[in-house]
Design a binder for this molecule. Sequence first.
Ligand code: IMP
Ligand code: MG
Length: 332
Amino acid sequence: MVEYADVVVDLAYGDSGKGKVTHQLCRKERYTHVIRYNGGNNAGHTIYHEGKKFITHSIPSGVFHGIRSIIGPGCVLNVDHFFEEMKELENGGIRCQGLVFIARNAHIITDEHIMEDRQDNTIGTTKRGVGQAYRDKHWRKGLRAEQVDSLKPYLIDMYEELHASDKNCRILFEGAQGFGLDIDWGDYPYVTSSGCTVAAAIGNGVPPQKIRNIWGVAKAYETYVGLKKFEPDEDIFKEIREKGMEYGATTGRPRQCNWLNINGLLKAIKINGVNKVIFNKTDILRDVGVWKAYDEKDFQVEFSDEEDMKGWVESKIPYDVKVIWSDSPERI
Ligand code: IMP
Ligand code: MG
């Protein structure tokens, strides 16, 4: 049975540092399961573990802590990449065998999906075939993990795993992408093809009453990867990109940078029901020495210093939401 579930959601366009937050939560809390609830290997989670840098794409980060790690039914999976990723982790000293599982009803990304995605240049996808796999899933023509022979040893049934046994399950849901890329709430069509909110997490088999903490992850500024114009023509954003190492963990593409947008942030907090917010990479703004954000009317506000900006942002966030400011993961 499910005792509780915590959720990590990204409040922006992905790349806010969910990997770091899940990693720290796994250290602190006594989770029995880490579940990836959406997306596929379009995601790239950077994790610093015992002095080594790892980038995971599909495998939940519970494996770094010996916790059962499930690729949930809300995900799409590239089978070859899955085996490669597992091999890379095992080579890096991270045990996956016996810890990594795939929901039998998760969907498969096929070679045809990838070929089709590679030829499409409309919104600037990661070209991993993710949109095509979700299209076929919803079109009822998809292939499920349970139909793939090589995945048999990894398959589980979410109901059996979480509800049919009398073991207490304490779950961490690890989201991919972010609110600004959500299929419903993002800037359509510049979005990914899955749900990136808490709603998508509970769709993986956990009742809503069991949700405990909802951790919203953002950065002190914003980044976006894709074809729409996001970055204003100002040199400061190039500086932020360099100092913040804002290049895609999956595709290596430069991320477009911009100031924090308070409207988008508040919307993401409210729609997800976030009760704790973490702002990562505050150190990057400290390095460039400029503190700015967009206010409710989309005007740039400049702050006199770090405390000024933090106070302003916190004054906008509902009082019962805990706010934590943090630095780049490699500096912690
Ligand atoms: P897709 O998910 O590959 O179809 O790409 C759709 C949009 O989401 C593109 O703008 C991608 O750059 C973006 N995207 C997808 N996954 C991620 C991610 O993990 N981080 C940041 N952007 C992403
Ligand atoms: Mg990422």
